[in-house]
Write a new protein. Structure first.
Length: 239
């Protein structure tokens, strides 16, 4: 018997295919690698779905997705899901744990290689409103910007609150040429680490700092899609 074609080589490929498929549901916004989820989905009405992805259904993905650890009753998504290439007969396990099983349709022999991968279940309202509701006291706080990171990536460069604040500091320096202690306070960043590692006193500007040599692109290069948005916001808000 011929071995079945592998739909996805990596978790990144799996997540990318799912996010491409999800574009048919514009009411959902995807936040990659956010709040510990491979993908955190937010509906326009505020509903959240936390998704953990794996190339095979195993105990690790269950550990990541189920309600466990301190604080899960306080904050979390409304629904929890696991994303796998195919349903290997584990629907009953997910049902028992209150998880949504999201699996991909398989390209059968003879189908064109470019045939889009389908996922089930559908994400229309008549489906997700019937899923197990986890009733969190608070939902996750969403980042101000859509993370520019690949969902499912190993050791992803997560767009944290600190990263966004750091990008704001970078934007101030780019726009003004230096940064002051007041700018750090406004961004919510401790200035001490910066002046120890990345900044030096700005010539002719008392109480201000600028980049040390070769330190300027440090943060911007890690978030090339988000930084222009931060730069525009800082230009409008601060300067």
């Amino acid at each position: 018997m011929a071995k079945r074609e592998t739909l996805f080589k990596t978790e990144v490929d799996l997540c990318a295919a799912f996010l491409e498929w999800l574009k048919r549901y514009p009411e959902w916004t995807a936040y990659a690698e956010t709040e510990g989820w491979d993908i955190l989905l937010a509906h326009r009405d505020g509903t959240q779905i936390g998704i953990q992805a794996k190339l095979s259904f195993n105990m690790k993905v269950l550990e990541q997705a189920i309600e466990c650890g301190g604080g899960w009753q306080t904050i979390g998504p409304d629904y929890r899901a696991v994303l796998v290439p195919e349903d290997t007969g584990v629907q009953f396990v997910c049902d028992a744990l209150g998880l949504v099983l999201i699996s991909a349709g398989r390209r059968y022999r003879g189908m064109p290689s470019g045939t889009p991968v389908e996922f089930i279940p559908a994400f229309d309202e008549q489906n997700w409103t019937r899923w197990h509701y986890h009733n969190p006291e608070k939902r996750h706080q969403l980042p101000r910007y859509i993370p520019d990171v690949q969902a499912g990536a190993a050791s992803p460069c997560v767009l944290t609150k600190w990263k966004i604040a750091a990008l704001e500091i970078c934007a101030v320096i780019e726009l003004r040429g230096h940064v002051t202690r007041a700018d750090f306070k406004r961004a919510g960043v401790d200035h001490r680490r910066w002046i120890e590692s990345w900044l030096e006193p700005a010539l002719g500007v008392p109480g201000a700092w600028t980049w040390k040599k070769d330190q300027g692109p440090l943060f911007q290069q890690a978030h090339e899609k988000v930084y222009p948005q931060v730069l525009a916001d800082v230009r409008a808000r601060f300067l």
